[in-house]
Design a protein around this ligand. Structure first.
Ligand SMILES: [Zn+2]
Length: 701
């Protein structure tokens, strides 16, 4: 408890100091002002790096005062004076956080990174100051226990339940000693997580496969060039360097004809964190899973998985295993068939080998060329970025009646950002959409969606959402358009699906609106959008050749469709093996004493994984499970079951069927996290999701 008081005091102290220091700054600090910009989009042009820290510190201090006022309210707790009051609190902190965390991802710099390091521990302490506040918890608990007698809407009930669980899960109900132990555990886990990740990175950077010119048989010219450049960069002139970084690893194990070298590189990859010495991650992982078990037990859960799954759609370990066990038999059968095809190919080549993990990519590529004849370079000219963006807007219009109009007067944080108003079928404004699709060095890798302002509607005060998408596609140049790969086109529609989930939200409370849904549900509205991308009816709307303007010819469309089931056994098995491994670690009921490698082997033997495939992540570099995806790596599969099953409804009723689209919008996209996720799905589909759609899509039946 002492520690808690100390952190609390420190927090107040910092802000007292800064408050007096900052009085001058407040007059020109945009975070302290009302924004009179179009639609209340942050005035990015006026926000300077120096404005963040004071706004964060004052924002936390103000928020804490509001929380203390709620917790210390002499009136008996009501939903309004406790839960709703909390939803309305933290204005300044929200304002600065939303801008700041947009830029840490999309347009960062050294000074933002320095602020982030400084502010992260303060924010996590701030969080503890709220969710370990006993007076606040007592009020929430009293309401929760009396919930049958309160007259609450479905949404209010869900919100109350969320807060109650959040307090419990943070340890608010524990005694002093336990709370102290809880903080110790949390701190220790966060140190171990960082160390685990750093070790993986160091191991990755350490491994080198350095080759001579005569060891490059089979490699295409561009792969050789990349190898030569990598070698030159490290001072190995005239040689060729390949590493376990994926852009180096995959081309090599796909094309190299030298089986021994493929094995060396692949082994380098799968042994990361498992080589003994100071970078070995086995003991770190053991400590993490054991600490998690201790924490779960303290909070009254049998296992960490029970704890982690409490607020998910599949809310028990049994539900997760049920899902995995339904898909696994068909997946492993398909993978065995794929392996046998490869084996047959090796026999034809006169080798007759047992297919191993370092052979899979090599033979898969040969089969792809022989049986599918799909050449990406024929597809890309039909996927010019502006056309694909346009395609996503057309889809939103056909399904949900939305129109996107580009605007020039909305503030943006970088010139590459494009800004749109989004209107519904009646011409009413539903949201603001920013897109930022092109690579630049100030952006982190990957693609994502987030919001600058959540949708909410408290006391008739309707707040429309400000949603953005970010990507890393090549920027067009004066003489070269930006042509997307098939994967990139899918990514664009995927992230746009998240954006629609944010834009079409019609909820009351901001903390459960839009994409604030369980982790194993949130990828559903995004993944489902990928289904339309290569449907012939959809391609006819947007896939025009960038030079001739011709729509994609039928034979190309057919090739794309045929290749859709290629190598799916492998992809599914590799992913699911890692999901089983994740669950195995987090369903232990006694501290783990066994050697980590033995534990992994036992878990993989139990599901009958074949020698030709290793899990997508082995224990010692499985960063998802040391981070936020513990007992959650299965989530992608759960979302995919729903997306395949939901899309089947569109296939049955028509690709752009109005009734189906309306039901999807009403029961899924508009609801945020305001209801039980399974209930939402059942309301949309009339039944629980069936996994048959997924098996069919992946070619497993
Ligand atoms: Zn996603």
């Amino acid at each position: 408890m002492k520690k808690l008081l100390y952190v609390l005091a420190a927090g107040v102290l910092i802000s007292c100091q800064t408050q007096s220091e900052n009085t001058d700054m407040q007059t020109d600090n945009p975070f302290y002002q009302e924004w009179d910009t179009p639609y209340g989009v942050p005035p990015f042009g006026q926000i300077k790096n120096k404005h963040y820290s004071p706004a964060f510190e004052d924002g936390m201090a103000q928020h804490l005062k509001e929380v203390e006022a709620i917790a210390g309210n002499p009136d008996a707790p009501t939903f309004d004076n406790t839960i709703e009051a909390f939803e309305k609190s933290g204005d300044l902190l929200n304002k600065v956080s939303n801008v700041f965390f947009t830029l840490t991802g999309a347009h960062t710099n050294d000074s933002i990174q320095a602020i982030q390091k400084e502010i992260s521990p303060l924010l996590s302490a701030h969080n503890d100051n709220i969710f370990l506040n006993s007076d606040f918890f007592d009020r929430v608990k009293a309401l929760y226990e009396d919930r049958e007698n309160l007259v609450l809407t479905i949404e209010q009930n869900k919100l109350l339940e969320n807060y109650y669980n959040r307090f419990i899960r943070s340890g608010a109900a524990l005694d002093k000693e336990q709370k102290a132990r809880m903080r110790e555990i949390n701190e220790r886990i966060s140190v171990l997580q960082v160390q685990f990740g750093e070790n993986v990175l160091k191991e990755e950077n350490k491994f080198e496969l350095l080759l001579e010119e005569d060891q490059l048989d089979g490699l295409p010219e561009n792969v050789k060039t990349a190898g030569a450049e990598a070698a030159a960069e490290k001072g190995y002139e005239g040689k060729y360097l390949f590493t376990t970084h994926r852009p180096s690893l995959y081309p090599f194990i796909t094309y190299s004809e030298n089986r021994e070298l493929r094995k060396q590189l692949k082994m380098g990859y799968i042994m990361r964190g498992d080589n003994g010495g100071e970078l070995d991650n086995k003991e770190i992982l053991r400590e993490i899973v054991n600490l998690r078990l201790e924490k779960a037990n303290m909070l009254g859960f049998d296992t960490h998985a029970d704890y982690a799954l409490q607020d998910r759609m599949l809310n028990t370990p049994d539900n997760v295993y049920d899902l995995l066990d339904k898909v696994w038999p068909a997946a492993i059968e398909a993978a065995k068939k794929e392996r046998d095809l490869m084996k047959a190919m090796s026999v034809e080549e006169g080798l007759d080998i047992d297919i191993m993990p370092w052979d899979w990519w090599y033979y898969a590529e040969k089969i792809k060329v022989r049986d599918y004849s799909l050449d990406e370079s024929e597809i890309s000219p039909y996927l010019m970025v502006d056309n694909v963006i346009n395609g996503s807007f057309i889809l939103a219009n056909k399904l949900f009646g939305l129109t996107f109009e580009e605007q020039t007067n909305i503030p943006k944080y970088h010139p590459d950002v494009r800004t749109y108003t989004v209107k519904n079928e009646n011409g009413e404004l539903v949201g603001i959409y920013l897109s930022d699709w092109f690579y630049r060095s100030s952006k982190r890798g990957g693609a994502w969606m987030s919001n600058i302002r959540e949708q909410s509607n408290m006391d008739g005060n309707e707040v429309i959402p400000i949603i953005y998408n970010v990507g890393n596609f090549n920027k067009p140049t004066a003489d070269k358009p930006s042509l997307l790969s098939m994967d990139q086109a899918l990514t664009l529609f995927h992230e746009f699906g998240h954006a629609l989930h944010g834009l079409l939200s019609e909820c009351t409370y901001p903390s459960i609106s839009g994409t604030a849904t369980p982790r194993d549900f949130v990828e559903f509205p995004s993944q489902v959008m990928e289904n339309w991308v290569f449907e012939p009816e959809m391609l006819a709307q947007y896939a025009f050749h960038y030079e001739t303007g011709e729509v994609m010819p039928d034979d190309l469309v057919q090739k794309i469709r045929k290749a859709g089931t290629f190598n799916q056994g492998f992809g599914t098995v590799e992913y699911m093996a890692a999901s089983y491994l994740d669950m195995a670690y987090h369903t232990i009921t006694e501290p783990l004493a066994m050697d980590i490698n033995q534990f992994e082997d036992a878990a993989m033997n139990e599901i009958g994984l074949i020698d030709a495939i290793v899990p997508r992540y082995r224990s010692t570099y499985f960063r998802h499970i040391t981070g936020g995806y513990s007992a959650g790596y299965y989530s992608y599969l759960n979302s995919e079951i729903m997306d395949a099953d939901a899309f089947a409804a569109f296939k049955e009723n028509g690709l752009f069927d109005e009734t189906t689209a309306n039901a999807f919008r009403e029961h899924i996209l508009s609801r945020g996290g305001t209801m039980d996720a399974m209930e939402m799905y059942v309301n949309f589909r009339g039944r629980k999701p069936s996994y048959e759609g997924l098996l069919e899509r992946r070619g497993f039946n």
